[in-house]
Design a protein around this ligand. Structure first.
Ligand code: CP
Length: 317
């Protein structure tokens, strides 16, 4: 690895390597280990142009547990509000000897643009771009599935809700297909499916009960109102009636099916509290595993970046 921007063209061995590396950071209680020196002397800069609770905090904790120096730029209070361009901000952060940018941006493709612009010594991690990709979220979701289900072979996974605007769903579909899940299903009303839904790499359902029949994993997604045209916004009550996960609907999945959600959850919209807080919910475990998975991605990116730099130096000798 050097940059970690999307899962789309990554190999199964590489994704398995990320999961195995993350497992090495997790103690028997399932919590990330306290501290290792893998990123000592490195500087990680969190650049979150869009709001975040889980991703920003767990990247920060992951970097600290890898012994990196961490800077989380407060974008709202940064000089971008005085007219400084993104590129000038990056150049200044590079001048502070940043080794890694962790980027969340409302525009699809922004982390790719940044990766093209940075100097060769800097690695870029995509922490969610527009409706395009959220690769570390998908990897922590894969870690969670592997932890509870033992692997991906024979697994049926349903992803339910606002597929149209979900970068998480796109990355999860790529990851599940690469890792060999038996079937990936998406369940949503037509208005919350992309026009090319059949090309997503998943079986499409518009009926929730049919879609979750016999699945091993149910992943719920929130309505991304901030990315919706208000005229197309579904009524929350109607959405909950048809697509909200209740214990009654969950009865159609396998008896040992787990329930996941990347967060933030909207109770009573896409998920009932009885399910979110129920015995089959692993929603908070996902968050815990996120620290180890992000430690894995960051340490692999820095080590990939160092190998490239060493190869470059050898060529120049
Ligand atoms: N899952 C996720 O990306 O949550 P945050 O928006 O809180 O980071």
């Amino acid at each position: 690895l050097r940059h970690f921007l999307s899962l789309e063209h990554l190999s199964r061995p590489l994704l398995e390597d990320i999961l195995d590396t993350a497992a090495g950071f997790v103690d028997v209680g399932g919590r990330a280990i306290k501290k290792v020196p893998l990123l000592r002397g490195k500087t990680v800069v969190n650049l979150f142009f869009e709001s975040s609770t889980r991703t920003r905090s767990t990247f920060e904790l992951a970097a600290k547990r890898l012994s990196a120096d961490v800077l989380t730029l407060d974008i709202a209070k940064s000089a971008t509000s005085k007219g400084e361009t993104l590129l000038d901000t990056l150049r200044n952060l590079e001048a502070m000897a940043a080794d890694m940018f962790v980027v969340r941006h409302q525009d699809s493709g922004a982390p790719f643009f940044i990766a093209e612009q940075v100097t060769p010594r800097v690695a870029v991690i995509n922490a969610g771009d527009g409706r395009h990709a959220h690769p570390t979220q998908a990897m922590l979701d894969m870690y969670t599935i592997r932890h509870y289900k033992g692997g991906f072979e024979g697994l049926k996974v349903a992803i339910v809700g606002d597929i149209l605007h979900s970068r998480v769903a796109r990355s999860q579909i790529h990851a599940l297909n690469i890792l060999g899940a038996e079937e990936v299903r998406v369940i949503a009303p037509r208005t919350l499916l992309p026009a090319d839904a059949d090309a997503l790499g998943a079986t499409v359902f518009t009926d929730m009960v049919q879609g979750i029949e016999d699945v091993d994993v149910v992943i719920m997604l929130r309505l991304q109102k901030e990315r919706m045209d208000s005229a197309l916004l579904p009524s929350e009550g109607e959405f909950f009636r048809l697509y909200g996960l209740t214990n009654e609907k969950l009865c159609h999945a396998k008896p040992d099916a787990i329930v996941m959600h990347p967060g933030p959850i909207n109770r009573g919209v896409e998920i009932a509290s009885e399910v979110a807080d129920g015995p089959r919910s692993v929603i908070l475990n996902q968050v815990t595993f996120g620290i180890a998975v992000r430690m894995a991605v960051m340490s692999m990116a820095i080590s990939g970046q160092e190998s490239l730099a060493a190869a470059q130096a050898a060529r120049e000798e």
